[in-house]
Every structure is written in structure tokens, then in C-alpha cells.
Design a binder for this molecule. Sequence first.
Ligand code: OSB
Ligand code: MG
Length: 373
Amino acid sequence: MIRLEQITLREIRLPLREPFRTSFGSVSERRIALLELRDTDGVTAWSEGVALDAPNYSAEALDTAWFAMTEWVAPRVLGREFTHPRDVYPVLEQDFRGNWMAKAAIEMGMWVLEATRQGIPLATLLGGTRSEVATGISLGIQLTPEALVEKARAAVAQGYRKVKIKIEPGRDVAYVRAVREALGPDAPLMADANNAYLLSDADRLAELDDLGLLMIEQPLAWDDIVQHASLQKRLRTPICLDESITSVDKARDMVTLDAGRIINIKPGRVGGFASSLAIHEYCLAQQVPVWCGGMLESGIGRACNVALASLPGFTKPGDLSPSARYWARDIVTPEWTMSSDGMVRVPLDRPGLGVTVDTDFVDTLTVRQVVLR
Ligand code: OSB
Ligand code: MG
């Protein structure tokens, strides 16, 4: 039985080592919502919201998620008895639409809390079966193909098992081709467009077919399924949906319409772990590969992603780079590291998140805080 007594919600600002540019804009400092949940037995757990500064990836942003958490999500969960964290999401879905990132931040915290209460790793509670997870890198848009090639070469040399190239109209085919030529025909490459194209760009996107990509991620609108189905008919490269998949129902729609053949699961985007598990289970049954995406999380959100990626259906490398790829200093110890063959270890020797939050450092980064009871 879990009963939440208090949630401390804070905003931290964590500067990225270098700006991360996508088709929707550039991030140089990550504003992150962190939560510390405390139950009526005094057990505590940290979690992280993934909403960005502005509603340019999805409709949510840090400030709208903050409002949703304080006004609607937290009041539904605080003081209520749950026998298992899987029972939290249905309560949040009851007559409360969207706001998946706000829901996820609290829902995922409840799973971390339960794992901590049971003294087991989060990965074990979720049903993980792997002790290490394969890692890819997501490379932001660069100003020239040469600059991108240099980053891609360095990533392969570090051991990354997949290189994802952010693209946008004007910085697509030539950039991807340059990397393909530099890294050779067998290098695992993919592209992520973050909604930057229209169906009328299908001929342009079809030029990528000759470059042997593992997949192309979310080329069309952030909430679209139907047009992706038209596009998939014109591409040999599998489409992977990211933004459009917010629930297992959307995953079903994708499969039904053949709008994509791979799913990037981000627990923060789909409302949390229960929804992620439902998508994972459905995709396993349908033989649709999934992998764990990232939202430039701190070490707390990364712990959640690594735990989820240890489940059996996560058969492709995730966007799970080590701490040092993003931050001069992460907010957890030990920091997340990657082996020279591109694997991140699942911390199965420690309960809960498997890392310790550096609370003194978090305090120095905190710009606002509210205690919900
Ligand atoms: O589309 O996958 C995306 C970062 C912010 C928002 C959206 C995306 C991304 C990434 C980075 O690709 C993945 C990472 O955290 O390394
Ligand atoms: Mg993406």
C-alpha cells in the first residue's frame, strides 16, 4: 500500500555542455521540473518531468506541466491509497485529458517510491530482464556536413551503437549522405525530423531511402498518424513514431494503418510507466521493435529510462547517452557512464533509481520550489 503525504516540486536550471539544436529550436540550458515524493511512512523518491521550456516538441511546456501537476495531478494522488503503482495512471486518466508529461512525472515517482519501499531496483519492479542496455547518440543539427561528420566519427569511436542525426529541410539528404560516406555502409544510422516535413515533401524524404537508414523518426506533424501512413507507402525506410505516440491506443492506430514500423517510447511523453508497459507489451505481441527515447534528462530521468530500456522488447539502442554527454556535472552519483562498446549498466545492485541525488547541488540549481500536501 502506498499513500503519498507530500510532493516537493522544484525547477532547476542545468546548462548543457553544448547547445542542442533540432528542427524546432535550440536548447542551451535545460529547465527541469524535479519532484521529491514522500509517503506516509516517510519513504522518499525522486522523479523528473520531461517538458521543455516551450511547447515546440509537444503541446506541453514546463510551466503548463507545473500548473497541471499542482492543480490537478498532485491533488488526485496525494492522500489516496494505492495497492500498486500501476493503479495510479487510471486515476489520472479519469476525465482528465492529455497533459501526459505532468501525469508521468508523478506516476513515475510512484513506481520509484514502490521500488524503494520494496528494496528492489526500479528495473526489477518494471519487469526488466537485461543487466545492460545498448546506447545510441542523438546529434543536434550542425552548421555544415563536415561538422556533423566530425561529431558522428567521434561518437562511433566512443562506442555508441547507433547515431541519430537531427534533420530539417535544407539540412537533410546531403548531411546524412556525408555521414554515411564517412562511416561506411554498415554504420547504424537514423534520422529524426521532429515534425519538420509535410507529406508534399515525400519525394525529398524518399531520397533518404538510398542511404540505408535504420529508420526515420517523426517526419510529419507532431500529432499525425494518417499522413504518416501515406508517407510510409512511399518509403522503403521504416518510419519510427515519437511525438505522435501518447498511448497504447495510438500505437494500435500506427500498426493498424501501417503509419510506422518502430516506436520510440519515452515514458515522460506517454503518461508514465504503466502506459509505457502497455505500449511495450502490445508492440512485443505485434513484433514491432521499440527503443527508449530521451528528452535531455538529468541523471534522475535517465535512471527511469535505463530501467525501462531493460525490458525485453527494447531491442534497438536507446537515446541513453552518459551524463558527460550532456552536463559538466550531473545531479546524481555515480554519474551515468557508458562502456567502450556502447553499453550502460542497469544498477541492479541498488534499490529504486539506483543512483543518489546530490541534494546540495540540486539546492544550488533550484530557482523555485513548492511543497504540495
Ligand atoms: O525528438 O527525440 C527527440 C531531445 C529533446 C526533445 C526531443 C528529442 C530529443 C533528442 C535527444 O533526440 C535525446 C537525448 O536525450 O539524448
Ligand atoms: Mg524524436
